[in-house]
Design a protein around this ligand. Structure first.
Ligand code: F6P
Length: 378
């Protein structure tokens, strides 16, 4: 039977195990193929090459890895976040390209399914090109996954919906303590270069201000004053607490990244003087300085059981990836577009990633209602 491989690369997110489950089920039941789970990203190929692991160990059986007592593994893993395959590449794949390609060949794979974000897709594309130069075989299909949702062409990536829900829940939880203490809560949300997560969760969670790299790349005085004045207006109308969401990709007034941009926002909001907002300090509702608290949500945003939407997306992507391989349609990335699963050539995805980086443009724009909208960037 045909052998296909599957690996996770880069940061984990909820729904990866659901993709693995879908791939194994479709490959096994629809096509009668064998599926090999490559542990720890491309490192798994090196371990295989040097004999640290044997091919048989990597075979994912019908009911999951052949671990005694875990015969129903895949259907249980379906509900768990993280990646059962591990997702860290300790070595630099570019440096170890030859060994990785040899490991791929040693396993006799027809094709490889890679769950990755933009960085991983670029790295894997580099490996594919190197393999082609050497006349080695390297067929692959990419499945977009990231809580940042910043991969070109696809409207949704695996893990995003779960992260939106988790951040939304955190905002809800913070609302009551904020209201009880008349505080301004600053919530730092993940998104290295993009604000999708901050924007969607911020709107769903009722944030009063949302700072994202697409709209406020730099927190200059105007931005900070705008937020301050808005909060003071709220206070004037009787609302004495506020929620401010800031995506970690937003930069300080010098255009530099801060490790804890949430702290920076809190500090500056606190300092923001009443004169800037032309607010009457004798107003009975006036409160200054703001009592601020910062919550950095961090990696809890990547945890939790995948939502039903993420499970559906992961299942649709997993099935599509296997079907693409069955049709010999390699070097494609599966995408979600207009309510259905489809695919685009990886070369086009790479072009867009590079273009976005060159132009230092966020992969999105903002519609008149203030919602972020995906642009195909072509
Ligand atoms: O998955 C993308 C992301 O969540 C970014 O938003 C964040 O900056 C990054 O991963 C952090 O990942 P790590 O700490 O695992 O390197």
């Amino acid at each position: 039977p045909k052998r296909i491989g599957i690996l996770t690369s880069g940061g984990d997110c909820p729904g990866l195990n659901a993709v693995i489950r879908a791939v194994v089920k479709v490959a096994t039941y629809k096509y009668g193929w064998e599926v090999y789970g490559i542990p720890y990203g491309t490192d798994g190929f090196i371990e295989l090459l040097v004999g640290k692991r044997q091919p048989e160990e990597l075979r994912i059986k019908e009911h999951g890895y052949d671990i005694p007592g875990l015969v129903q593994g895949l259907d249980i893993l379906y509900f768990l976040s993280g990646s059962v395959l591990g997702s860290i590449s300790k070595g630099d794949p570019e440096q170890h390209a030859e060994d990785i390609i040899k490991g791929y060949e040693k396993l006799g794979l027809t094709a490889l399914i890679v769950m990755g974000g933009d960085g991983s897709i670029e790295i894997l594309d580099g490996l594919a090109q190197k393999a082609a130069e050497q006349g080695a075989s390297w067929n692959w299909v990419a499945v977009p996954k990231t809580i940042d949702n910043d991969i070109p062409f696809t409207e949704a990536s695996v893990g995003f919906d779960t992260a939106v829900n988790r951040v939304t829940q955190a905002l809800y939880d913070l609302t009551f303590t904020a209201a009880s203490h008349d505080r301004v809560m600053i919530v730092q949300v993940m998104g290295r270069d993009s604000g999708y997560l901050a924007m969607e969760a911020g709107i769903a969670g009722g944030a009063d201000a949302i700072l994202i790299p697409e709209l406020t790349p730099v927190l200059n005085e105007d931005v900070i004053t705008g937020v301050c004045c808005h909060i003071q207006e709220l206070q004037k109308s009787g609302r004495r607490f506020a929620l401010v969401v800031v995506a970690e990709g937003v930069k300080n007034h010098l255009g530099q990244k801060e490790h804890y941009i949430g702290d920076y926002v809190a500090r500056h909001i606190k300092e923001c003087g009443s004169k800037m907002c032309q607010i009457n300090t004798s107003d009975p509702n006036y409160i200054h300085p703001f009592d601020t608290r910062v919550t950095v949500l961090g990696h809890v945003q990547r945890g939790g059981t995948p939502t039903s939407s993420d499970r559906l997306l992961a299942t649709a992507f997993g099935r599509e990836a296997v079907d693409l391989i069955a049709n010999g349609n390699y070097n494609q990335m599966v995408i979600w577009e207009n309510g259905r699963v489809s695919s685009v050539p990886i070369s086009r995805v790479i072009e867009q990633i590079k273009k976005g980086r060159r132009e230092k443009k966020a992969p999105s724009s903002v519609d008149p209602q203030g919602f972020l909208v995906r642009t195909a960037r072509d």
